[in-house]
Design a protein around this ligand. Sequence first.
Ligand code: GDP
Length: 444
Amino acid sequence: MAFESLSDRLNKALKNITGQGKLTEKNMNDMLKEVRMSLLEADVNYEVVKNFIADVKEKAMGQEVMESLNPGQMVVKIVHDEIQELLGSEDAQLNFKKQGITTLMMVGLQGTGKTTASAKIAKYCTKKMKRRVLLVACDVVRPAAIQQLQTLGQDIDVDVFTMGADVDAVTTAEEAMKYAQDRQKDLVIFDTAGRLHIDEALMQELSDMKASIQPDNIVLTVDAMSGQDIITVARDFNEKLGITGLIVTKLDGDARGGGLLSVRSITNVPVLFVSNGEKMDDLEAFHPDRMADRILGMGDVMTLVEQAQDKLDMEVEQKTAERMMAGVFTFNDLLSQYGQIKKMGSIQNMMKMIPGLNKMVKNVDDDKLNSEMKRNEAIIQSMTPYERDHPKVLKASRKNRIAKGSGVKVADVNKLIKQLEQMQSMTKMMSGGRMPNMGAFQNM
Ligand code: GDP
């Protein structure tokens, strides 16, 4: 995940001053030096870093901060707000027409995730905005692109329009608009051709398409793993085509994050979405304030709650919550919680969004947790329904049978029973404000 080491280093730098009653010029300068280094190491553009440090310094050295009761905290807030400013002072969104068909042209270099992102946005707009979406396969250059879009369209249940690889992109786009009109679509997303590098032929083709469809949005996908190249690519596409927004992809990789931090302030093109995985739900609307929280290790509970609402079966959650409030938590509850955790995807990614837990992420091994979860599921599935609800009846002979049935040792069964008991006593102590699913992580 991007920003990991930046987040660590920034935290260290800021920790040194948060505990101080009084700030001196020296400890402020030390802190700024450290912040500067951490930004440069995260591959943030040099000019951006220079301006960032100058702005923080000017604000932090102000009398108001230096003489305040808790200057360290105020400096943290200044750094936070400056990071947010870098990422964009406001949330940016797609432009939607008030009436008629809104058009969105997706552009980007080959391999950046343009086709995948086209489908993800189609799903996002269908599900969250109740749009009637048509995807159009205008990438007639990359041989597998049309087929790829068709397959993705099937997966997400969105219509895909294609005229095959022998018809040029402009004609396909024009025919697609007629098709969309006939079928009362209100959002048309064009997946266009990419190249490995920007070249004249590509830009000409995209310009022709732009002239023909006059899209309401031209969105460029850039790959976070390509670091500061993002800036060059965004600048070139912007000069030649005029882009309205960016999608930064592959933030789940180990990119340092500098490209994302620099691109907005250099190109002035807003980031609309970030993509953090290959699955169709791995797309987040971009909120600069929340991203600044995440970078500073303050978690991002808002996004987590939204994802939970999208992905989880809220009825199951509600029922479990009610039972937990009543002090009841059985193996059946645990089993349904495991099911919910799986829907949320990576446990590491979830933890990163929770203040306090985000620092522990490095010690968490997703694969290990998943295999423990699988083993525990097998153990529970070897119990009878009565045993699952009344774990107290689990004595030696039953435990033996369960261990055999699930192919584990009796010690593993005992461990799981112990975990359940601990969760039960936690449940009894809790009185509201529960994070979804957290019970099931206890002692895993
Ligand atoms: P295009 O050539 O720009 O259309 O790129 P594709 O949409 O075909 O994506 C290229 C590869 O990147 C595919 O294997 C995608 O599954 C993968 N990909 C796309 N977005 C992401 C992402 O956010 N994270 C990861 N890990 N892989 C991605």
